[in-house]
Structure formats: structure tokens, C-alpha cells
Design a binder for this molecule. Structure first.
Ligand code: TXA
Ligand code: MG
Length: 341
């Protein structure tokens, strides 16, 4: 299959072409403000099955469903919890996915046998246009091959999906860069399953008590029953193994300098670019610029694959604000091989 890139800025039919493919049961690469998604008609089980095939995604890892207007949630969820409205008012459209009870319109291919579904109303205008023009909610996981870093440009999507999907809608680089926050409203109190573009602090301001799933901080065994099935798989990983060094940046740079081998990779804050001569250095933003770090982290992790490094050493922000999501992605890329200094 040839994979076409559709450019909405040059081709006024780009969204329509993508929507037609969706309605024919195909999978299309879709920009969102967080990362690119692999979108299919969420109400069509066999279209959704193609997503799993293209990604090589484990069959027990459910997909989230994207809607364009809040009221669409009533078509998918039999009892919308009051907290869903509060969260939507505060953070939609935007990088937040809510897990709510699902009805029978959601096929098993989306929910993998769970009685809940993740719903998100994305902020990216092209994502919302595509949902509206197709006229159906779109199931979409991140558009990477399973296990690889998520995709934040159409080029990344092409790298992983060439020959596997018919089209990618190019919306330029993603603004947020890490995936949406996933919070479940099916538990009381609500629980954060994946940190993302909306911070834990922001969620607590709206919901009061929010618990944090332990999978954010530790490796979960393959057989474990977890609240977000996606959390137990190795994720975001470049080809080379990664060691994360956490703590004061000055000290972590010092530690990495002492341990790094010649031609190893180093993922570091901009301030430390010159500290690792002889290494393959990828900077992902100034140490206090969390927005830049979120935008850059997946792109920089992917860059190490082209350089063919043996080992990667990574600096990491602390867990406050957006730092929690960035640190979580870097630690997961490392399979939680973390050194504290
Ligand atoms: O920003 C995002 O959320 C992107 C863009 C494309 O919207 N999508 C994305 O999807 O990151 P995905 O499939 O890569 O991650 C969704 C996560 C997975 O960890 C999955 O296990 C979890 O959400 N999830 C989905 N449905 C769930 C459910 N019913 N209960 C618990 N966790 C669920
Ligand atoms: Mg993903």
C-alpha cells in the first residue's frame, strides 16, 4: 500500500479525502496537539482492528476515542459522571482523556473487553475537522509502532507506518509533544493513569482528591492486572538501552560525565550541551523550560536511532507540573532503569 501525505495548507480537499478513507474503513494518520494519532472509525470494529495490525499493538491494550463536541460523549457513555463535565469545562478541548463507562456502540476492538472507554476532545483544529467531516468518533492511539517513541511530526509517522496505512494528514509538528493525561472516573476517588499535557496539580484543582497509579513510578509485570493496560508494556524506547539520572542537573551532568562511554548517547538539557565531548548529544530544552522538553523529548529519543549509539544516558526534570509527564516518558523509555544522585 502506498502511504500518501495530505497537506491541508495546499490541498483544500485534504480533510475530505482523509474522512472518505475513514468512512471506507481505513486508518489515517491524524495530527493532534499532543502527538499524531492513527485514526479509524471508532464504531467500526474491523476498521479499528487495522490500527492494532499497523502498530503491532498488544490485543489487550484499549484505544481512546476522539470526539469533536462535548455532547458526542452522550452517544458513547450511558451515564456521564458529573466530574466529566467539570473536567471538560476546565480542559477540553485539550490534552485530557477521561475514562468513563461505555455503551454497546463501542465495539470490543476499541475497549478490549473492558466496560469503560477513554474519551478525548482534542484541541487541534484539523483533528476536530476530521471528526466532524467524517461524522463519526475516531479511535486513535499514538501513531508509532508499538514500543517506539510516539510521533510528533508527519515524518515520524511515515517512518513507522509507510506501506501500512493509506494516508497521513500533515498538520506540522505537535504543540504539546507528550500524550494526553489519562484520568479514570470509573474509580472513586479518580485516579491518574498517565500523566500528560494537563498536570496532576490542575486535575486536583478541579476534582479535589486524585490518586496516582503506581504504574507511573515502577515497571509493571507482563501478567499484571493494571488499571491502564498500556502501562505494562515497554514504551517510548529507542533501540539502545537508556539509563536515566535524576536529581540536581549540575550533579546529574557530573554523574553522566563520569560514566558515559565514548560514542554513547546523552539526552541533556540545553545548558549541558558542551559537557560530553565525543558523545552523541541530543538536547531537549533548557532545564526550566518544561514546555520545550515535552515538545522535544520524543523527537530527540528517535534521533538516537539514526546515530546508532550503544547506550543512552538521560537527564530528567523533577515531577512537578508538566515535569511528571516528561519524566514518566523518559523513565519508561529506560524501562525504569533510574539512578538518583
Ligand atoms: O494524546 C493522546 O492521548 C494520543 C493522541 C493521538 O490523542 N493518543 C494516545 O493513545 O496516546 P494511546 O493508545 O497511545 O494511549 C492511550 C492510553 C493507553 O495507555 C491505554 O492503555 C489507556 O490510554 N486506556 C485506553 N482506554 C482505557 C480504558 N478504558 N481504561 C484504562 N486505560 C485505558
Ligand atoms: Mg501510545
Amino acid at each position: 500500500m502506498k502511504t500518501n501525505i495530505l497537506y491541508p495548507q495546499q490541498d483544500k480537499n485534504a480533510v475530505k479525502t482523509a474522512a472518505e478513507l475513514i468512512l471506507q474503513g481505513e486508518v489515517v494518520g491524524m495530527p493532534t496537539e499532543t502527538v499524531y494519532g492513527l485514526a479509524a472509525n471508532a464504531l467500526d470494529g474491523s476498521a479499528v482492528a487495522k490500527i492494532f495490525h499497523a502498530k503491532g499493538r498488544p490485543q489487550d491494550n484499549p484505544l481512546i476515542v476522539h470526539i469533536a463536541d462535548f455532547d458526542q460523549i452522550y452517544e458513547l457513555c450511558p451515564a456521564v459522571p458529573p466530574q466529566a463535565k467539570m473536567l471538560a469545562e476546565a480542559f477540553w478541548p485539550g490534552p485530557l482523556t477521561m475514562i468513563v463507562p461505555k455503551n454497546s456502540r463501542i465495539p470490543d476492538e476499541v475497549s478490549c473487553g473492558l466496560d469503560t472507554v477513554g474519551i478525548r476532545l482534542p484541541a487541534h483544529p484539523l483533528a476536530r475537522d476530521l471528526i466532524r467531516v467524517a461524522g463519526v468518533p475516531l479511535a486513535a492511539p499514538s501513531a508509532n509502532t508499538s514500543g517506539r517513541p510516539s510521533t510528533t511530526t508527519a515524518e515520524h509517522v511515515l517512518r513507522d507506518m509507510e506501506g501500512k496505512i493509506p494516508a497521513i494528514l500533515d498538520g506540522g509538528p505537535c504543540g504539546v509533544g507528550v500524550e494526553s493525561t489519562v484520568v479514570t472516573l470509573a474509580l472513586d476517588p479518580p485516579r491518574l493513569l498517565r500523566p500528560g499535557g494537563v498536570t496532576l496539580e490542575q486535575l486536583r484543582r478541579v476534582l479535589g482528591k486524585v490518586e496516582v497509579d503506581r504504574a507511573l513510578f515502577e515497571a509493571i509485570g507482563e501478567d499484571a492486572r493494571v488499571s491502564a493496560p498500556g502501562m505494562k508494556y515497554r514504551h517510548y524506547a529507542p533501540k539502545a538501552p537508556v539509563t536515566v539520572v535524576c536529581g540536581n542537573p549540575q550533579k546529574t551532568a557530573e554523574y553522566i560525565k563520569q560514566h558515559v562511554g565514548n560514542a554513547d548517547g546523552v539526552l541533556c538539557f540545553d545548558e549541558y550541551r558542551a559537557c560530553f565531548p565525543g558523545c552523541v548529544v541530543e538536547c531537549f530544552g533548557a532545564q526550566t523550560d518544561l514546555a520545550a522538553q515535552a515538545r522535544e523529548v520524543f523527537d530527540r529519543l528517535r534521533a538516537f536511532d539514526d546515530a546508532d549509539v550503544r547506550w543512552i544516558w538521560a537527564q530528567c526534570p523533577s515531577d512537578e507540573g508538566l515535569g511528571l509527564a516528561i519524566a514518566n516518558r523518559i523513565k519508561k523509555a529506560a524501562g525504569f532503569a533510574v539512578v538518583e544522585v
